[in-house]
Design a protein around this ligand. Structure first.
Ligand code: SF4
Ligand code: SF4
Length: 693
């Protein structure tokens, strides 16, 4: 009875303190902006795969296995903990034993996992304390973060020791009539406990000692977690369930900007109604009140594991940016200002903000939006969308973008290209070599509507190196008699880079204009050599009413090959070692890794892989607007780091499938003085050369 009373008091105290902490955190959530949920079945699938199945953790198999064991162990052991709470509250023993074989299974699993988790935790402690693991370091990893991590690991270790101790002495007390099965504890009993000499009182003492030690550690741990990075123990599964469902390459639309543009285009049609009008305090994210509740949930769920930072091209090359720090700073800022906002109201201003007082502009402008961080995060945190939201604030509220980006914006506004080329020159890449190409306006005038629109893009039209790729690609189409047309002078820049650099207004203006042009020509199918334009047409135009079938040229070439229309292949590349550099917006952004490889295979056999390939591929360094500006200060350019991957495997040809990647890889080859031995070809050039066009 005393036992029952004490337990009830301890339990109620635990629930009370936890409830108080939870209500404080709930108040912080109320300070943030909405985040849409929807599509529950898809979310359940992601949760089962990523959270319960731990699939992302297994991207690095050995360490992944240890982490997965701890996670699964926690879930299994929780069954026994629930039973302990029922036993404690009702003064009974083994209250769930009536579940029969299921009970035996859960107890045996918990006992085995107790050992596995304990061993894994010891391995983690050794790694953290004795080995110099790069990803555990960084400016954001203050001493307190490390102490926090080590204390939590010790607490988990103690939980497992107490679990096994409790089970072992339970067996000593019930040698022949134990409820449940405990394989590990039975072994421990055989090895460590001299059953014949231990008396009942002593065994009873140790059983109750471990029982209380185990349950009190759980209660203390549960209440300490919300103040620790190990809050992810509670938060990671819900965070994965609430993952962003869109492809990684897609950015969320800013409806407030869409409304403004619609108003400009047609004041009557788009005039705000009571339903659509919402108070917009500011564009983008400056401080904690501008983030969504999902951003805050991300920050509470972050395990500080550093997987995101360890794959970030900016961080790898010595820049200030660390995606882990962005998330940790978000949490820290809420911790600082949250209580004051709750007390004083949402308009309270402490003269500080997330931007600049926590996250510098230099960090924000270093991001290539390559999505390697989001791909790697085991709990599906999406860093680039938050970074772009902060860039949106910097540009749209303060005009605080780097000068080179402002020039790019102005050029797109004035002449529809990021450089100072007029629209009239958009077809020069073809006309200057007398290459005949079908133009939509002329086709329409003669009453024809081609099946495909081939979108050349600004690089394809104006970049000297990529103009060659445009030529080779249309030569293939001409050779095969594909029914296509180009927009020529009517093409303009999609401003995809401007969007990623925070200029949403310019992006949407360009988008509305392009969609109108597409409407005029009744465009349904689009092919483009640029993965950035591919991504925006495919994933982002539907937000503006533009729905098309879109192919990246590597996908289109692969389609033609698999249909038997295109039959490349020659011995031209027989003795050359070919590797493929995955463009971020084709690979991670849209999950397309195979089409380019199948095309290379049909031309020249299986490509050699760089160590970082497919979803692990390193960015070329040009995405997210970086193409148009100097890189932030670091110890290396990203393109050099990437070309070193190709040099390491002694590739003769680096095949790319993106105009930005081509510029960067070509620069890398030059920088490393490898022009004699290494070549950079676009996948279209590889095919056209194999066809002898
Ligand atoms: S998107 Fe790429 S560059 Fe930006 S933070 Fe993530 S990993 Fe780093
Ligand atoms: S954001 Fe994700 S990958 Fe990065 S430290 Fe946090 S949990 Fe790890």
């Amino acid at each position: 009875m005393t036992h029952q009373v004490i337990f009830t008091i301890v339990f109620l105290l635990t629930i009370g303190i936890f409830g108080y902490t939870a209500s404080k955190i709930a108040a912080y959530f109320r300070l943030t902006r909405p985040f849409p949920i929807g599509d529950i079945p898809k979310r359940i699938g992601i949760m089962l795969k990523v959270a319960i199945g731990q699939t992302k953790i297994f991207r690095f198999p050995l360490v992944g296995l240890a982490h997965a064991l701890v996670f699964w162990g926690f879930m299994i052991v929780a069954f026994g903990s629930i039973e302990m709470v029922i036993d404690g509250l009702f003064g009974v023993d083994k209250s769930l034993a009536f579940l029969g074989w299921f009970y035996d299974f859960m107890m045996a699993s918990g006992d085995i996992f107790g050992l596995l988790v304990g061993v894994s935790i010891i391995a983690f402690l050794v790694r953290r304390l004795a080995m110099h693991i790069h990803r555990f370091k960084g400016i954001e990893m203050k001493k307190i973060s490390k102490i926090d991590a080590n204390l939590a690991l010790l607490a988990i270790l103690f939980l497992m020791v107490s679990l096994l101790g409790m089970n072992t002495y339970y067996l000593v007390l019930h040698p022949n009539n134990a409820e449940g099965v405990y394989p590990v504890s039975r072994l421990l009993m055989g090895w460590f406990v001299d059953v014949h000499h231990v008396n009942f009182a002593s065994a009873n003492f140790w059983f109750h000692f471990y029982w209380w030690a185990h349950i009190v550690t759980i209660f203390v741990f549960a209440n300490a977690l919300p103040y620790s990075k190990h809050f992810h123990v509670f938060m990671s599964v819900p965070n994965v369930f609430l993952s962003r469902l869109q492809p990684l390459g897609k950015l969320d639309n800013m409806e407030s900007v869409t409304r403004e543009i619609k108003l400009m285009l047609d004041p009557q049609a788009a005039a705000p109604t009571a339903d659509t009008e919402e108070e917009i305090e500011r564009f983008g994210v400056k401080d904690i009140q501008d983030i969504t509740w999902k951003n805050y949930l991300d920050s509470l769920s972050c395990t500080e594991c550093g997987r995101c930072t360890s794959v970030c091209p900016a961080n790898i090359t010595g820049k200030l940016l660390s995606p882990r720090k962005i998330i940790m700073d978000t949490r820290a800022r809420m911790k600082e200002i949250g209580p004051l906002l709750v007390q004083q109201g949402k308009d309270y201003d402490d003269g500080r903000a997330l931007i600049r007082d926590y996250i510098t502009e230099e960090e924000l402008w270093a991001c290539t939006t390559c999505n390697a961080c989001a791909q790697e995060c085991p709990i599906n945190i999406n860093h680039p969308t938050l970074i772009v939201d902060m860039r949106r604030y910097l540009f749209m509220e303060e005009s605080a973008a780097p000068g080179e980006l402002n020039s790019m914006f102005t050029n797109i506004e004035n002449n529809g290209a990021p450089w100072q080329f007029p629209p009239e020159d958009r077809l020069k890449w073809a006309t200057e070599v007398d290459l005949e190409v079908p133009v939509m306006a002329e086709l329409q005038a003669s009453g024809r509507k081609p099946e495909y629109l081939v979108w050349i893009g600004s690089s394809g039209a104006f970049d000297d190196r990529y103009k060659k790729v445009s030529r080779e690609f249309v030569k293939i189409l001409n050779h095969l008699g594909i029914d296509y047309g180009l927009l020529g002078e009517e093409e303009t820049d999609t401003a995809d880079s401007a969007r990623r650099a925070g200029n949403e207004m310019l992006y949407q203006m360009q988008t509305f204009q392009i969609i109108e042009t597409f409407k005029m020509y009744e465009v349904e199918k689009i092919i483009t050599c640029c993965p950035h334009d591919y991504n925006t047409f495919k994933n982002e135009y539907p937000d503006f009413g533009g729905n098309y079938q879109v192919w990246h040229h590597s996908q289109f070439l692969q389609k033609l090959i698999s249909e038997g229309t295109l039959k490349p292949g020659s011995d031209k590349f027989a003795s050359r070692k070919i590797t493929f550099h995955d463009p971020c917006y084709l690979g991670r952004g849209n999950g397309e890794y195979e089409a380019p490889r199948r095309v290379i295979e049909s031309v020249a056999g299986t490509p050699a892989e760089m160590q970082r390939n497919r979803s692990f591929a390193l960015c070329c360094g040009a995405g997210g607007g970086q193409m148009f500006k100097e890189a932030e200060k670091g110890n290396k350019e990203v393109f050099i780091e990437r070309i070193e991957d190709a040099i390491e495997i002694q590739a003769d040809i680096v095949v790319t499938a993106c105009p930005f990647c081509m510029v960067m890889m070509t620069d890398g080859i030059k920088y490393k003085n490898k022009e004699e031995t290494m070549q950079n070809l676009d996948i279209a050039e590889l095919v056209s050369q194999s066809l002898g066009l």
